[in-house]
Structure formats: structure tokens, C-alpha cells
Design a protein around this ligand. Structure first.
Ligand code: PEP
Length: 257
């Protein structure tokens, strides 16, 4: 059984002080939902404070990015071992980074390898734009992104990744994919591609999240789908009661306490 993973991507929101306040408002309720993995991904400058606040608990911390080089003259970047000092997870290849910071599939692959090298678990984002969807190219696009991300990884490494299927047209728009559509892409496209590349055992082990306008009102239906192993949550993760409700719904949907 794959343990569902619910990750809150706070994006470029919350100062360190605000992040601490937000964690304090939801920490106890998040800790009560023991059956799913709970990950908070604050902006870099809030990561150390959040990490200290949840140290010794089951709440994990994720970064929103890293750089693939180990150290050196890369002004503004954050090295893998710097992230690993505070985090267990790292989001890689979010569509906002691909769009606004020109991240390519090759760059995403390098970041995944760099993260794995320091023991971080990558949450690898893939997803199609509205125009690709309208052109009927969703499947081929996602297959290409998944294959490029996995290039050069061992089957064991792939099994330990988290893939977040995040249709770009659903991110921050309030228009989530339907549960059936999200399930179809997570299962028949993402998991099937992994099966083709690494075999069925790996495809059954890897966790595939859905992301894109997940909120308290749609989480139960989305998380009830068998090929959806949790969610990457943006906007709603900045609201303590919404995020807690999504986490609770995911446990309920999977028949977990
Ligand atoms: C995201 O940024 O990963 C995301 C899914 O955002 P939202 O939930 O706001 O659509």
C-alpha cells in the first residue's frame, strides 16, 4: 500500500515569522492525521524556522527548488546539501519554474540526481498547458516529461520518487481537473510510463500526486481515486483549516484513520 503524501507548496508567500505562525495554527491538527505523510514547503528563508518547529514530529519539510552543483560561484542558488540540512523533500520542475525561470527537462533531470545524491526525496512536477491539452497532446507531453525526468536513474531511485501531475491550466485557477481526468493521467499516463520504463513493481511503488486547485471541497473525490496518492497543494495550503481538511479528506478517502 502506498502511503498518501500531502504537500503544501507555499510558493513565494510568508516571511519566516509568518511561516512560524501558520505552522503553529495547524501543527496539532496535522499531527493528528497519522496515516498520511504531511509535508510543508515554505520559501527558503522560512525553511530553517519551520524545520525547527516540526523537528521530532512526523511533519516533514520540503524546499521548493535546489541547484544541482555542490558549491561555488552560483550567486543566488542553494546547493543540495544546504537543502538537505533542513529538508527531507524538494519540489523539482514546478511549472512556474519551467515557465518563468526557463527550466528544461534536462535541468530537471540534473536537479533530481543532485537531490537523490544527498538523500532528498524529489517531488517531480509534470503537467501540460491548456494549449497542449486543446491540441490533444497531453499524453505525449507527459510521457516525454516523465521519461526525461527519469533518464539515468536506477529502478530503485525511481521507486522512491514522488511525481506530481499538475495540469498547468488547473494551477491557481480554481479549475481543478475532474477526479476521473486526474485519475486517468496519473494512472494511465504517468504510472503506465513508469511501468514501461522501469517495470510494474516500480510503477506500483511510486507515489503519484495530483496538483491543481485542490481544496477542501474537492479533495475527497480526487483523493478517492486509486492511482492518486495524495496532492501537491498550492493556494489552499496557505490556509490552515483548508489544508488540514484536505489532509483529513485524503486519509478518509483511502479508508485510513
Ligand atoms: C501548485 O502550485 O503546485 C498548485 C497546485 O497550486 P494551486 O493548488 O494553487 O493550484
Amino acid at each position: 500500500m502506498r502511503i498518501p503524501i500531502l504537500a503544501g507548496n507555499w510558493k513565494m508567500n510568508k516571511t519566516a515569522a509568518e511561516a512560524v505562525a501558520l505552522v503553529n495554527t495547524m501543527k496539532d491538527e496535522l499531527l493528528a492525521v497519522k496515516s498520511v505523510e504531511r509535508v510543508l514547503c515554505p520559501p527558503f528563508l522560512a525553511v530553517p524556522d519551520v524545520s525547527h518547529l516540526v523537528a521530532g514530529t512526523e511533519i516533514k519539510v520540503g524546499a521548493q527548488d535546489l541547484y544541482w552543483e555542490k558549491s561555488g560561484a552560483f550567486t543566488g542558488e542553494v546547493a543540495p546539501n544546504m537543502v538537505a540540512e533542513f529538508c527531507q523533500y524538494v519540489i523539482i520542475g514546478h511549472s512556474e519554474r519551467r515557465e518563468y525561470f526557463s527550466e528544461t527537462d534536462a535541468c530537471v533531470n540534473k536537479k533530481i540526481k543532485a537531490a537523490l545524491a544527498v538523500g532528498l526525496i524529489p517531488i517531480v512536477c509534470v503537467g501540460e498547458s491548456l494549449s497542449l491539452r486543446q491540441e490533444g497532446r497531453t499524453e505525449s507531453w507527459i510521457i516525454g516529461q516523465v521519461k526525461a525526468a527519469l533518464d539515468g536513474l536506477t529502478a530503485e531511485q525511481v521507486a522512491g520518487l514522488v511525481i506530481a501531475y499538475e495540469p498547468i491550466w488547473a494551477i491557481g485557477t480554481g479549475l481543478a481537473a475532474t477526479a476521473d481526468e486526474a485519475e486517468r493521467v496519473c494512472g494511465q499516463v504517468v504510472r503506465k510510463t513508469i511501468a514501461d520504463v522501469c517495470g510494474d513493481a516500480v510503477a506500483q511503488a511510486i507515489r503519484v500526486q495530483y496538483g491543481g486547485s485542490v481544496k477542501a471541497s474537492n479533495a475527497l473525490e480526487l483523493m478517492g481515486k486509486p492511482d492518486i496518492d495524495g496532492a501537491l497543494v498550492g493556494g489552499a495550503s496557505l490556509n490552515a483549516s483548508e489544508f488540514v481538511s484536505i489532509v483529513k479528506s485524503s486519509a478518509q478517502a483511502k479508508g485510513l484513520s
